[in-house]
Design a protein around this ligand. Structure first.
Ligand code: NAD
Ligand code: TYD
Length: 358
C-alpha cells in the first residue's frame, strides 16, 4: 500500500493517542496530522517518549474542529487520504451536568469536519481511496435488557446528552455518504480501557482511588453491564476498517467481554491488593461505596461483532482479565502521567460529580 497522509482529530485523547502510537509504529508509510484542542481530556505529553523517527511522521496542530477557517487552511495545505475522527466530548456524567459542549463539539464540530472533507475531496476529483472514518459508540443504540446484542441495524435510541450528540453526528456522517457520496465509514464500539485513559472513567478512576485508599463510588446497584474492549484491540480493528472496510458501512466493534461494574471493581481491588500487599481484612473491597445512580443510566451494552469478524477478519486478540491486569500495571508504572493530567480542573470535577451523589 502507498503512503497515506492521515488527519487524526482528538489524537491527544485516550483512544486517539493509542491509535497514533500504534499506527506510527506499525504502518511505516503512514504520516499523521494530529488536530486537537487540548481540552481537559487531551495531553500532548502522551507523545513525549517518541523517537525522532516517529516524531518526523507526526505533526501536531493545536486547534478546534469547530474552527472553519483553520480547517480550510489545513485541508488546503495537506492532501489527506484519511480523516480519522476521534475528537469529542466523551464523558456521560459531564454531559449530564453540561450538555452544551457536547452539542457544539460532537455535532457542530463533526459537521464542520465533514464540510471541509467534502470540499477537499471534490476539489481533488473525488479520489476513491479517500476515507472519512467516524469513531462512534454503542451508546447510540440505548440500553439492552438481559438478552440480545446491538447489531449494525439496531435502531438508535440514545439516553444521555452524550449519546444523543454522538447519534446526531452519526446521522450526519451517513447522510454525507448517501447524499454526496463522500466515502465515510462509521464504527460503533463498546467501552474501551487501557493506557492513557483519563481518570474520570470507571476503570482508571477505580485504579487510582484504590491506590490512594479513597472511596470507590459505584453507581446504583453496580449491576450495570458493559462490554469491555481493550483499546489496543480497538485500534487494530480501526486499521482493519481503514484498509478493508466498505464506504457507507457501519461496523460494530466489541470486546466480547460483558461484565457487571461491581465485578470489574472487585477484580481491580484484587489485582491491586496483591501489588500493594493488602490482602485479607485489609482488602480494598472495603473501600466500595454504593452512591446515587446516574440519571438515565443504561443498564446493559453488548455488541454483536459478527460483521467485522466475518467481513474484515477482526476479533479481539487479548483476554479481558489479562488486558485489565496490564492496564493496572500501566497506571502503577505511570504515576507521573497521572499527576500531570490531574489538573486543578480535574480536582474540581471530582468534587462536583461525587459530592452531589453523597
Ligand atoms: P477523550 O475524551 O479521551 O479524548 C477526546 C479528545 O478530543 C481530547 O484529546 C480532546 O482534547 C479532543 N477534543 C475535544 N473537543 C475538541 C474540539 N472541539 N476540537 C478538537 N479536539 C477536541 O475521548 P476518547 O475516550 O479517546 O474517545 C475518542 C472517540 O471515541 C470519541 O469520539 C468517543 O465518542 C468515542 N468512543 C469512546 C469510547 C470509550 O470507551 N472511551 C467508547 C466508544 C466510543
Ligand atoms: P464510564 O466509564 O463513565 O463509561 P460509560 O458511562 O460511557 O459506560 O462508566 C462505566 C460504567 O461504570 C457505567 O455503568 C457507570 C459506572 N460508573 C460507576 O459506577 N462509578 C463511577 O464513578 C463511574 C465514573 C462510572
Amino acid at each position: 500500500m502507498g503512503t497515506k497522509n492521515i488527519l487524526v482529530t482528538g489524537g491527544a485523547g485516550f483512544i486517539g493517542t493509542n491509535f497514533i502510537r500504534q499506527v506510527l509504529v506499525e504502518m511505516k508509510n503512514w504520516r499523521v496530522v494530529n488536530l486537537d484542542a487540548l481540552t481537559y481530556a487531551g495531553n500532548l505529553a502522551n507523545f513525549q517518549d517518541f523517537s525522532t523517527s516517529l516524531t518526523n511522521r507526526h505533526r501536531f496542530i493545536h486547534g478546534d474542529i469547530r474552527d472553519k477557517s483553520l480547517l480550510a487552511r489545513l485541508f488546503a495545505e495537506e492532501s489527506f487520504d484519511i480523516v480519522a475522527h476521534f475528537a469529542a466530548e466523551s464523558h456521560v456524567d459531564r454531559s449530564i451536568l453540561g450538555p452544551e459542549a457536547f452539542l457544539e463539539t460532537n455535532v457542530e464540530g463533526t459537521f464542520h469536519l465533514l464540510e471541509a472533507s467534502l470540499k477537499s475531496w471534490k476539489e481533488r476529483g473525488r479520489p476513491k481511496r479517500f476515507r472519512f472514518l467516524h469513531i462512534s459508540t454503542d451508546e447510540v443504540y440505548g440500553s439492552l435488557g438481559p438478552e440480545g446484542y446491538f447489531t449494525e441495524s439496531t435502531p438508535y435510541d440514545p439516553s444521555s446528552p452524550y449519546s444523543a450528540s454522538k447519534a446526531a453526528s452519526d446521522h450526519f456522517v451517513r447522510a454525507y455518504f448517501r447524499t454526496y457520496g463522500l466515502p465515510t465509514i462509521i464504527t460503533n464500539c463498546s467501552n474501551n480501557f487501557g493506557p492513557y485513559q483519563f481518570p474520570e472513567k470507571l476503570i482508571p478512576l477505580m485504579i487510582l482511588n484504590i491506590m490512594e485508599e479513597k472511596p470507590l463510588p459505584v453507581y446504583g446497584d453496580g449491576k450495570q453491564v458493559r462490554d469491555w474492549l481493550y483499546v489496543i484491540d480497538h485500534c487494530d480493528g480501526l486499521v482493519r476498517v481503514l484498509q478493508e472496510g466498505r464506504p457507507g458501512e457501519t461496523y460494530n466493534i466489541g470486546g466480547g467481554a460483558e461484565r457487571q461494574n461491581i465485578d470489574v471493581v472487585h477484580m481491580l481491588c484484587d489485582f491491586l491488593d496483591v501489588r500493594l500487599d493488602r490482602t485479607g481484612r485489609k482488602s480494598s473491597r472495603n473501600l466500595i461505596q454504593f452512591v446515587s445512580d446516574r440519571p438515565g443510566h443504561d443498564r446493559r451494552y453488548a455488541i454483536d461483532a459478527s460483521k467485522i469478524r466475518g467481513e474484515l477478519k477482526w476479533s479481539p486478540a487479548h483476554k479481558f482479565e489479562e488486558a485489565l491486569e496490564a492496564t493496572v500495571d500501566w497506571y502503577v508504572a505511570n504515576k507521573d502521567w497521572v499527576e500531570m493530567v490531574r489538573s486543578g480542573e480535574y480536582r474540581k470535577w471530582i468534587e462536583i460529580n461525587y459530592d452531589r451523589r453523597g
